[in-house]
Each structure stands twice: as C-alpha cells, then as structure tokens.
Design a protein around this ligand. Sequence first.
Ligand code: CAA
Length: 380
Amino acid sequence: MDLELTPEQKLIRDTARDFAQKEVAPQAARIDKEHRFPSELIAKMGELGLMGIAVPEAWGGAGMDAVSYVLALEEICKACASTGVIMSVNNSLVCDPLVKYGTEAQKSEWLVPLATGKKLGCYALSEPEAGSDAAAQKTSARLDGDEWVVSGTKNFITNAPKADVVLVFATTDASKKHHGISAFLIPTNAKGVTVGPPDDKMGIRGAHSSQVFFDDCRLPASALLGAPGDGFKIAMSTLDGGRIGIAAQAVGIAQAAFEAATKYAMERKTFGKPIAEHQAIQFKLADMSTDIDAARMLLWRAATVKDEGGKFTKEAAMAKVFAAEVANRVAKEAVQVFGGYGYLADFPVERHYRDAKITEIYEGTSEIQRLVIAASVLRD
Ligand code: CAA
C-alpha cells in the first residue's frame, strides 16, 4: 500500500477540511442540541462534489476513488458526525449500488440528482425483526401484472425523514431464502409509503432516522435494481463499502476527541503544572494517538483494496470493527482527561462520546464484523 497521497487526494482532503472547519464545526454543537438536520450544509456539500465522490463525472459525481472518499469523510465527521453519516449513507449505500447495478434510466433519474446533492437517498434493509440477521426479511414484494406491490416495515433508516428515494430490500420469493430477496428504488413520495417521525437518539442527533412503512405500494417494473433474487448480494456488497464509510466516521470522531483532549491537557493545570505534564495523562494521549493511527491505516488499506478492484469484505470489516472500538475508547478517555468538565454538554467531548457509540452498532455490529472476519480467515 502506497501511503503517499496523490495531489488529487490531498486536494479533496484539504477542500473537505477547509469546509468542515469553517462551516460545519461551528454548527455541530447546535445541530446536536436541537436535533437539527443540516439541510444547508448538505446542499453546499453537493456543490463541492462531496455527495457523490466516487460517482463518475458523467453521472454528476466527482469521479474520485475510495481513498479520496474516506479522506473527505473523516474531515466532515471530525467536525460533525451527524453531517458525516448523512454524506456516508448517500455516497456508500445509495450512489455506489446505483453505479454498480443501475440501468441507464435509473442512473439518469436518481444518480445525477443524488451525486450533486439535489436529492438525498437512504438504504432500507433493517426491520423490526431483521437487524443482524439481514436475510430474515419480512418486507415482501409481489408481482401483480407488470407492477410490483411492496408491503412491510423498515427500521432505523438513516436519512429517511429527508430522503427522496429509498433503496428497499424485500422478499420476492420466500421459498428461495436469501436468493429470493430483491432490491427496489422507491420514491419516498410514492403512494403507499409512510415515513415515521425521527427517532430520538443518544447521538448523531442531526442525522434523522425513522421507520418507513410500505402499504401495498405499487411500483413499475423499472423500480427493480439488479435482477430478481440479487437483492441480498446487492445489500451485502453495498455494506462492504458502507463499512469503510463508518470506519472513516469513527476515525473522524476519534481524531476530534483526541485533539480536544490534547489541547485541554496543555491548558488545564493541577498540582502546579499543566495536566499534560503528568504521566497519567501522557500515557492516555500516547495510547489514543497510536490507536487512531492504527485505525486510519486499516481504513486506508480497505479503501485501497476497494480501489484496486479486489474483494474487500474482510478489510472493510476489520477497519470498521477496529475504528469503531477506537472511537469509543478514545472518546471515553477524552472525557476522562476533561474530568468533570468532560461530563458537561458545554464541551465537545461529551458529544463525541455519545456519537461514537453508534459506530459499533450500525452497518453491522462489532459482533457481526467479527463473524465476517472469522468467515474469511477460516475460508481463505
Ligand atoms: N458480498 C457479496 N455477497 C455476499 C457478501 C458480500 N460481502 N456476504 C455474503 N454474501 C453472499 C454469500 O456469498 C452467500 O451467497 P450464496 O448463497 O449465493 O453463496 C449469501 O450472501 C449468504 O451469505 P451468508 O450465509 O454468509 O449469509 P448470512 O445470512 O449468514 O448473513 C451476515 C451474513 C454477515 C450476518 C449478514 O446478515 C450481515 O451482514 N448482517 C448485518 C446486517 C447489517 O450490517 N445491517 C446494517 C443495516 S444498514 C445501516 O445500518 C445503515 C445506517 O443506518 C447508516
């Protein structure tokens, strides 16, 4: 793996960093406190090419690679993890499968507005009774003449309250188990679609998620993404990319918590000197910094393997589980460095601690990542 970034990769990282620090970071505390969806930031990110980074330019994207994507996403997430996951879902979970499996007509209708930030997408796999066991889909789609009729309930769907289109996985032939799952692109304003109220969450409060209900929602044949029965493969291969995005989010949260803790440790005095001069604090900062570098290396490796066109399931799962646990360790230690002040919402580490938790849960829990890694280690 070449650790030297190309001029293009440095440019997108610097563009994202500049935007994130000037426009996103100053709003992050308020976005969290008010549970406010940052619509105006998403629109600007569309103009900067950040909503479809790896989408070919012909389809409205920035035409860049996965390494560029994680560099930019880390910067946005460092400023605001809510804004970052809205970007991640649109890029990894909606634009990516459209690029890979979409027809020309689907790309014209959806990919161009999604990649330019004019529309927003969401990805609906989880259900009340199908989370980690993603193949246990109860949502169904049946053919009636030349129309598909979709019914069922989806849970925890990030972006749903603001999305224009939802990528839905549904069982089209229950006898075939996971080979009987298909994928559909459904406009959220279609008849028979109801989006529930935003979930009240511990963290990433600006990234609205909700249930989505499908009640005999009738769709033309052209709503099918890929072939009938390919849905589970599309869902899983899409999540491989998504997990790289969440690893980038975790590294961004960890970096933000680490920088806040380091700055505070140099300012705050106890026993007559800055706490950074006490070994107890130095050891914490050393471990935090080493953990973050290791997580970032796994992240860059996963993105590099993706860019090289190889299978990256294991590398993505390793990056995701490690980075998520690093974000949680680092944010917890950052709160400790701040002491009592770290427990107050007045300081950012309290938000980083709450935001970090979700990275161990969504897009596959840490337990699921370990299953994926073990399956690969034992097979290959
Ligand atoms: N790429 C392509 N195909 C894959 C694949 C991958 N990464 N992983 C599995 N498959 C295929 C297998 O090859 C197999 O195909 P065949 O039968 O044709 O050989 C098929 O899928 C079934 O594979 P498994 O037997 O391994 O499947 P399983 O039912 O045991 O499930 C699992 C495996 C890894 C546990 C999977 O269910 C899983 O990933 N669960 C977690 C779900 C998840 O991550 N949900 C996140 C929701 S989205 C979200 O969180 C978004 C958000 O809010 C931000």
